[in-house]
Design a protein around this ligand. Structure first.
Ligand code: FEO
Length: 412
């Protein structure tokens, strides 16, 4: 493909890379390959939007130099710092020494550290900011966790083109730029990409829908796969539909023992957050309730939270017989999480985690959260030192409950 031929709008060019290998990505193999779409807007203040995978950085910078003197590039917009899109920045920035890097605040240290670009000029943009690039205007919307914290999308007001980076992408490597030229219906590829990359973060699709609802969009120019210029709203609506939640009939059981009511308070925060998310959550004090009632509640639940304060490096109260009993039951398909307040080391929480791992429930762990979503603000088991009242601790408990809610409330 001759990149210099690929004009997508007035003064706007596709300058990406087709990668038709079976690309390893997020523990998947992209059987159809992918593309890394980058865009050059040759305006009064020439602007690049996203780059390509770091493996192709040098080739990308060479090709860019065929289209424009790199010294003339005024801005390089980085919507998302994952190296399949920011990776070409190192090679490009070496030549485009006058360019200001445009990104969110969270992205700045990431770019600085990844590409040793500490001394470059950065323009930090916030939700709703605009940038005059000389004849065109870019509008920025923050879309955190779609699919990483620093993510934003860029919209060109005059061209009515949305540059959403990973969002609305497809992993298909073909030498056709637009979905209407593909020769096949891209819907399954579009949905497949959504499931793999976006769905674990579907809570944040609401933010995205809010961000794009008032934009008049004639074209979606994402950073993987096809550009979409026909039925644009159909594809946006698909995200809304695929991420929609259903709250019908989901239940949680929260069981705790407590010394000074801190673990009880954690149970209350879990319950309130789950209920805010449409889940019927029942709380049980294991020392004051009949074990048969608790087991009945657990058997009826879709998610089970079990917590204890720590005393003398162990659980307190009546939890151990209950946990032993749970290991004998068939609880397959249920989600489980351990929690607790502690003062020193919180051994009880780890003991509960071990017991839960001995059941056939799906036990949540920080490691699994990171591997499945890349999110680092959700931690399991849920450990809080002393009182959970401080905002940061409360938020930590809420994050965990919201994560479990999202797992339960999926429409897919
Ligand atoms: Fe296509 Fe999140 O990278």
């Amino acid at each position: 493909m001759n990149i210099s031929d690929i004009k997508i709008a007035k003064d706007t060019y596709w300058v990406g890379k087709i990668d038709n290998r079976e690309v390893p990505f997020h523990r998947l193999i992209l059987a159809k390959g992918t593309t890394y779409n980058s865009y050059l807007l040759k305006t009064g203040k020439p602007t690049v939007i996203d780059t390509v995978d770091m493996e192709f950085g040098r080739e990308y910078a060479d090709r860019m130099a065929e289209l424009i003197d790199p010294l003339d590039i005024a801005y390089i917009v980085i919507n998302h710092t994952e190296p399949d899109h920011s990776g070409g920045l190192a090679a490009l920035a070496m030549r485009a020494t006058n360019a200001t890097i445009v990104c969110t605040e969270i992205a700045v240290p990431e770019i600085q550290e990844m590409y040793k670009l500490h001394s470059r000029n950065y323009l930090v943009v916030r939700d709703g900011d605009t940038l005059d690039i000389g004849g065109k205007t870019l509008l920025f919307k923050e879309t955190p966790y779609l699919h990483t914290a620093e993510t934003m999308i860029t919209y060109c007001i005059e061209d009515k083109i949305l540059y959403p980076c990973d969002i609305f992408s497809t992993h298909v490597a073909v030498e056709k730029l637009f979905s209407d030229e593909a020769g096949f219906d891209i819907t399954e590829d579009f949905k497949g990409y959504y499931s793999a990359i976006i769905h674990p973060h579907r809570r944040y699709v609401r933010t995205l829908m809010e961000a794009v609802k008032d934009l008049e969009i004639d074209m979606i120019a994402p950073s993987h796969g096809f550009l979409i210029r026909e039925d644009v709203r159909k594809y946006i609506d698909l995200y809304a539909e695929l991420s929609r939640e259903t709250t019908q009939g989901k239940k949680a059981a929260i069981v705790y023992t407590t010394i000074k009511n801190n673990t009880k308070k954690m149970a209350g925060i879990l319950q309130a957050t789950l209920q805010e998310n449409g889940i019927e959550a029942t709380v049980w004090d294991a020392d004051k309730s009949d074990m048969n009632d608790i087991i009945e509640s657990i058997e009826a639940a879709d998610a089970v939270f079990i917590g204890s304060s720590t005393r003398y490096a162990d659980m307190i109260g009546n939890l151990e017989p209950l946990l032993k009993e749970l290991q004998l039951l068939n609880l397959k398909g249920k989600l489980a999480a351990a929690f607790g307040s502690y003062g020193w080391s919180g051994e009880a929480i780890e003991v509960i985690q071990d017991y839960l791992n001995g059941t056939n429930m799906t036990v949540q762990s920080t490691s699994d959260v990171i591997k499945s979503t890349g999110m680092t603000h959700v931690e399991f088991p849920i450990r809080v030192r002393f009182s959970p009242k401080e905002a940061e601790k409360t938020q930590k408990i809420k994050n965990a409950a919201e994560f479990v809610s999202d797992l339960l409330l999926s429409a897919i």
